[in-house]
Design a protein around this ligand. Structure first.
Ligand code: HEM
Length: 359
């Protein structure tokens, strides 16, 4: 069967596709950074407690207070890219979501469980004792499962040739496990999350240190060490991932192939600098180089999708039926919403600062 006949007809767009692409990249960047802080610090807190036989540690206590916030922000900043990716690639993403519908819908349940556990972990931190490790372990496992299902769907959507398996197993229980890119891609994301989680710990303690907390110094080094070693390992996963991609995806005779090559070279260079800076515990230069690396990688991820879908579809195929006023209204609300979130974060940070001063 020719898989192209399985691809539904795309909907029309109210404004040219470039607008949605720009918003998708920007909002996905925010989602991925927040997800990295949530998952990375969760994993680091777990390892930290595990090394102390489940006993309370200052670092895991600090993380316990931030984890529910990080989870809430990750989810909220996941909705925007989900809308934009559906606008641009709905005919692919809806199809793959239906093929793995049971797993896809289970994300809601997993989110609720992880969220509750993160809350209990925080509020009952002191009274939990040995249950502390177990609770955080289950919460983080839920997050890891969600990430795995995300990777399944976002790889399955770009492989209509794999959709024909539905006719052998029409149950909504298909994953994309036979795709050779799935595991290196997933491991690449998770290891990056650990690195950025480490960096966020370093950044937070750098702030405390600059405000006179001498004891914070040890965690600057600790966070930077997590970042450096996770990133070094991630070079390995990155090369594995790149090697598992089909040759046509990074074919240098195509424009996406050339852009992929250029962005990967930029990311490797910046990634190397970020490791060097972090090994010297220089938090701010590590932050700038690491964030630019993540952004560049998000561009690569999108170009990889463009290349995968080339035989079936190109964004320029999408028909525009102009309708600018809803889009302008949306942009106004979007910018207003971002300003409001910024204000909320500032207010929360000020309250936190005052509490630190009082205690
Ligand atoms: C614990 C919570 C979550 C984790 C750990 C997580 C993790 C991830 C990961 C690892 C990816 C990259 C997958 C890949 O490309 O292989 C991803 C992408 C994405 N996530 Fe999440 N995610 C979470 C929650 C959410 C939620 C609740 C939403 C939506 C409401 C969401 C929306 C998205 C979207 C739309 C993309 C990809 C967009 C694109 O392909 O351009 N995520 N997430």
């Amino acid at each position: 069967m020719n898989p192209a006949i399985l691809v539904p007809t795309a909907d029309t767009l109210p404004v040219p596709w470039g607008w949605f692409q720009l918003l998708l990249i920007l909002t996905l960047f925010l989602h991925i950074i927040l997800m990295n802080i949530m998952l990375g610090t969760g994993i680091i807190a777990f390892v930290n407690m595990f090394r102390h036989n489940g006993a309370a540690t200052p670092l895991s206590r600090t993380i316990s207070g931030k984890l529910p916030f990080a989870l809430a922000f990750t989810v909220n900043f996941g909705i925007a890219p989900l809308l934009f990716v559906q606008v641009l690639y709905g005919n692919f993403l809806y199809a793959s979501s239906v093929l793995m519908a049971n797993f896809w819908l289970s994300i809601i349940g997993l989110l609720i469980i992880s969220y509750y556990l993160a809350y209990i972990f925080n509020y009952k931190y002191d009274s939990l004792e040995s249950g502390r490790l177990l609770l955080l372990g289950f919460s983080v496992t839920g997050m890891l499962l969600i990430g795995f299902l995300m990777s399944n769907n976002f790889t399955l959507m770009q492989r209509p040739d794999a959709w024909v398996r539905y006719f052998e197993k029409p149950t909504g229980l298909l994953l994309n496990l036979s795709d050779p890119t799935l595991f290196p891609r997933y491991l690449h994301f998770i290891t990056a999350a650990i690195a950025i989680g480490g960096l966020s710990i370093a950044l937070y303690h750098e702030y405390l240190y600059r405000n006179g907390d001498e004891a914070a110094r040890v965690n600057i080094k600790h966070g930077c060490t997590w970042f450096a070693y996770a990133t070094m390992i991630n070079f390995g996963f990155g090369f594995w991932f790149f090697g598992s991609l089909p040759a046509h995806v990074h074919n240098l005779s195509t424009l996406p192939g050339q852009l992929i090559a250029i962005f990967i070279l930029i990311a490797i260079t910046l990634g190397t600098f970020s490791v060097i800076f972090s090994l010297r515990s220089r938090v701010m230069p590590t932050l700038y180089t690491a964030l630019t690396t993540v952004f560049t990688m998000i561009l690569v991820r999108d170009l990889v999708r463009v290349s995968y879908l080339k035989p079936y579809f190109s964004l320029s195929d999408l028909t525009v039926v102009p309708q600018y006023s809803p889009f302008i209204l949306f942009l106004l609300f979007f910018i207003g919403g971002l300003a409001l979130v910024g204000w909320m974060l500032k207010a929360a940070w000020r309250a936190f600062d005052n509490r630190e001063v009082q205690s």
